[in-house]
Design a protein around this ligand. Structure first.
Ligand code: CP
Ligand code: NVA
Length: 311
């Protein structure tokens, strides 16, 4: 009796603990059915509009293919080619597109932009990445961890690298929803947004007695970890700081030496795209602990679940 119809997905926090569990169950079920060749036409005749103001490989293709597999269709809109780019308001764009499509996916910079879309749209809006949040990636990540470990509650996840980016924030919110302990290791000046972190800490504590903490020591973070995650050092929009960040983040590379104190059967996640030799060595991302391609595949299944439930 969980009904998510019409709900926006701007952050992981748009969903309760129970709703996240429900979405993950649906995602596993959809993946199982696809592997068995069972067709699902839950979104027959429905259209998803996808606005991209930043580059994408996985998000674009997985939403488009997912919509097709559900019997619907998706339309790719390059933000640069839209009237948005010539000053048409977000509000008018959202109102107009709502007359044509049944759901909107948006990848943009400021989170306020997607909030304005959601306020003005009459159809569900899905965040395909903003500067501070990447919720659909984290749904796929939780699904991948559960698939590999059999459970989520009680695991320890270490995030190593840029604490102040979309992946860290959404992973903290995700960990809180499923009762995973999480330690973020970031250099000084790159800590997570304090408000997002405090909210996640409170929810983790109240719902599960789980903890989310911060350190600048990557060794401390990976100690006894079941799951190790990293992300690029310079996210889309941070290009001007690339060289400076390479120096600051060098001690935060996920490599064999760092991972020695993790559990023997730890898994490694990275949302991709990755830079081998920077945030992670080839030995780790291409090694036996890595599940990054399952993780990329699971974008498809998790987003089909999200679209089936909300659109
Ligand atoms: N992980 C992810 O969102 O990939 P893309 O940027 O290729 O969509
Ligand atoms: N943090 C990265 C994720 C890319 C999928 C970025 O925002 O560029």
């Amino acid at each position: 009796n969980i009904d998510l119809t019409g709900k926006h997905c701007l952050t992981i926090n748009d969903f309760s603990v129970k709703e996240i569990k429900h979405l993950l169950q649906e995602a596993h079920d959809i993946k199982y059915k696809q592997k068995k060749g069972i067709k699902t036409n839950d979104l027959e005749g429905k259209t998803l509009g996808m606005i991209f103001e930043k580059a994408s490989t996985r998000t674009r293709v997985s939403f488009e293919v997912g919509m097709q597999q559900l019997g619907g269709q998706a339309i790719f809109l390059n933000g640069n080619d839209m009237q948005l780019n010539r000053g048409e308001s977000t509000a008018d764009t959202a109102k107009v597109l709502s007359r044509y499509v049944d759901g909107l996916m948006i990848r943009t910079f400021e989170h306020e932009t997607i909030e304005a879309f959601a306020e003005n749209a009459d159809v569900p809006v899905i965040n395909g990445l903003t500067d501070p949040h990447h919720p659909t990636q984290v749904l796929a990540d939780l699904m991948t961890i559960e698939e590999n470990k059999g459970n989520l509650n009680g695991l320890k996840m270490a995030f190593i690298g840029d604490g102040n980016n979309n992946m860290t924030h959404s992973l903290m919110e995700g960990a809180a929803k499923v009762g995973m302990d999480m330690v973020v290791a970031s250099p000084k000046g790159y800590e997570p947004n304090a408000e997002i972190m405090e909210n996640a800490q409170k929810e983790a504590q109240q719902a599960f007695g789980a903890t989310i903490s911060l350190t600048d020591d990557p060794q401390e973070a990976v100690y006894d970890a079941d799951v190790i995650v990293t992300d690029v050092w310079a996210s889309m929009g941070d290009e001007a700081e690339e060289e400076k960040r390479k120096a600051t983040f060098a001690p935060y590379q996920v490599n064999d030496e760092l991972c020695q104190s993790a559990k023997d059967d730890f898994i490694f996640l990275h949302c991709l795209p990755a830079h081998r030799g920077e945030e992670v060595t080839a030995s780790i991302i291409d090694g036996k602990h890595s599940v990054v391609f399952d993780e990329a595949e699971n974008r498809l299944h998790a987003q089909k679940a999200l679209m089936k439930e909300t659109i």
